[in-house]
Design a binder for this molecule. Structure first.
Ligand SMILES: [Zn+2]
Length: 385
């Protein structure tokens, strides 16, 4: 999902990295302000010192995000137990999302992975409700009861919203998995689920406009943005399914760029700029050692990191990005795996390496260009699963 900026890892739970996108800070602020200004004062009475409302709001927000992480973690753990790899959970402006490295392998695995999220929220909501009932019986403080009431309500709300049958919400994934299981046709199931998801997104946008016209500004705008986001996500999932269908079975060697120019590690930056950057005008150059083996990738802009006067005395090796496993692929890699590599690691290109030597480069653009040509020239040969 394209979000603003990079995600930062906060901590790990059961080996799953919990990350936050910068847009999440906006949601944190919104939740804290809503609790401190709108939720607690009417329940506790207005005359308390300000730090009571704000303190409770911060505790409430932390417990809410902990609940959200439990919800997402349940998805991630079930996904991992069915053999999918999970790259983490990301908190962002609309809540949280589990990042799966791959689509679910079977309808049953998608069903269980999706259904466990709302279930875990219902369990949490019930636990807070029971604690609230006990607290009310034992006459706990109004602050504790207000906090428990909020947490219970929000967890039930989270379960209810996510259960809507609008793909890619959990309910929509459950719907897709059932259709997929019944028809054995992932493409058809995705089409139907995406249509419903996109109609639902449109409904949210319309309802948001309706609220705006009635001067309910914040909620109206929020609903419009969520609706728009849902529609985009639904259509994006459909594109992924269509792409995978066309790319499956294709080898990277069929569309990699082979006219690559390699640079020696001990070449000076000056020589690199004069003899390569201005000559060939590629964005990236694989860097090789004395034996011609790949040791890194250097961008045409990398020399900027060094003062120009030092270019003749600085080796390319000291301004390159050293080779990482996520940066290289074999020419026989399936295009679908190349797509995941390009998409998930935010890396715009991977080097194709055979016996340690660079033989090609693939960017997301190459892959999309190949896909567009293939759809025009070779309409689907295989029957739809
Ligand atoms: Zn969920």
């Amino acid at each position: 999902m394209p979000l603003i900026g990079r995600d930062r890892t906060l901590f790990k739970l059961f080996g799953v990295p919990i990350k936050a996108n910068v847009s999440w800070l906006f949601l944190v602020a919104l939740v804290v302000v809503t609790l401190a200004k709108g939720y607690f004062p009417p329940r506790l009475g207005p005359g308390l010192p300000w730090h009571v409302y704000w303190g409770l709001a911060v505790v409430g927000a932390m417990a809410l995000f902990a609940s959200l992480i439990v919800h997402e973690l349940s998805h991630s753990l079930v996904a991992r137990s069915t053999g999918m790899s999970v790259s983490g959970i990301t908190l962002f402006i609309f809540g949280g999302v589990s990042q799966l490295e791959d689509e679910p392998p079977t309808a049953a695995s998608e069903f269980f992975m999706a259904v466990v999220g709302p279930l875990s929220s219902v369990v949490l909501g019930s636990a807070f409700l029971v604690t609230w009932l006990v607290g009310a019986y034992l006459q706990w403080s109004a602050a504790a009861l207000a906090l428990l009431g909020c947490l219970s309500f929000m967890n039930f709300l989270l379960a209810a919203f996510n259960s809507l049958p609008a793909f890619p919400l959990d309910g929509g994934r459950v719907l897709r998995s059932i259709l997929w299981g019944v028809t054995a046709d992932l493409r058809l199931a995705t089409h139907v689920a995406v249509q419903i998801g996109s109609i639902f997104g449109l409904g949210l946008i319309m309802f948001g406009i309706f609220l705006l016209l009635h001067r309910v500004v914040i909620s109206g705008m929020w609903l419009m943005v969520v609706g728009f986001f849902l529609r985009q996500a639904a259509l994006g999932s459909l594109q992924m399914v269509i792409m995978r269908e066309h790319l499956e079975g294709e080898k990277v060697r069929r569309f990699m760029t082979t006219d690559l120019v390699t640079v020696a590690r001990d070449m000076s930056v000056q020589e690199f700029v004069d003899g390569y950057v201005f000559q060939h005008r590629f964005n990236y150059y694989p860097v090789v050692d004395e034996q011609g083996l790949l040791v890194g990738l250097v961008s045409a802009r990398a020399p900027r990191a060094v003062e120009q006067g030092r270019w003749p005395h600085t080796a390319v090796g000291s301004v390159m990005s050293p080779t990482e496993p996520s940066m290289i692929l074999d020419p026989d890699t399936d295009a679908v795996d190349a797509l995941s590599a390009l998409r998930l690691h935010d890396e715009r290109r991977v080097v194709i390496v055979q016996n340690g030597r660079p033989v090609g480069i693939v960017s997301l653009r190459d892959l999309l260009g190949f896909l567009a040509l293939k759809i025009d020239l070779e309409p689907r040969r295989r029957p739809v699963r």
